[in-house]
Design a protein around this ligand. Structure first.
Ligand SMILES: CC(C)(COP(=O)(O)OP(=O)(O)OC[C@H]1O[C@@H](n2cnc3c(N)ncnc32)[C@H](O)[C@@H]1OP(=O)(O)O)[C@@H](O)C(=O)NCCC(=O)NCCS
Length: 140
């Protein structure tokens, strides 16, 4: 099976993304309205599309394309995991010259993903720096 890379999503593919988001604990509260707004403002979107034009894998990068970037929402459709789509997606992302040019790309993940990302040279920071996070006041 071969999959195509896309950098924008059709309305139907936004529906597919909403399905991917309902699978995951950090994205399952997102609304379609919020997701459409988020997609419009995200620096770079990467999707894998199957032969029926359905979105089967997704990730996105928020970046200045020079010094810093953060990778978010790396998700493969649950019935297609473990057969190389995640690898295809991350390979394609990091092969893009404007991505490989970025000095630092951060990500946050659970410990069970540490070895996966290590394959693409992400290194767990043990320098004593803290990750700090501000939540929208009054938000969930
Ligand atoms: C994480 C995820 C994107 C990986 O996609 P995938 O298509 O299942 O991964 P692949 O089949 O392409 O595997 C890629 C490589 O990582 C390895 N791998 C996969 N999961 C791994 C894990 N949890 N720990 C270590 N290695 C892992 C595979 O063995 C493979 O290595 P290889 O190329 O040397 O054989 C997918 O499992 C997923 O969507 N998970 C749920 C969402 C999630 O937690 N995303 C990460 C958010 S930080």
């Amino acid at each position: 099976l071969s999959y195509r890379l896309v950098h924008t999503l059709s309305d139907a593919q936004v529906d597919d993304l909403m399905s991917l988001y309902t699978q995951e604990w950090w994205t399952d509260q997102r609304t379609r309205e919020g997701v459409v707004d988020m997609l419009r403002h995200t620096s770079l979107i990467l999707g894998l599309i199957d032969s029926n034009d359905r979105l089967v894998a997704f990730c996105r990068l928020v970046t200045d394309f020079v010094y810093r970037g953060t990778l978010y929402d790396v998700i493969v459709r649950d019935d297609l995991r473990g057969c190389g789509l995640g690898k295809q997606l991350l390979d394609a992302l990091l092969d893009l010259p404007r991505v490989s040019a970025i000095e630092i790309i951060d990500l946050t993940c659970r410990p069970d993903k540490e070895l996966l990302y290590a394959k693409w040279d992400w290194v767990t920071q043990r320098d004593g720096l803290l990750t700090m996070r501000r939540r929208r006041p009054g938000g969930a």
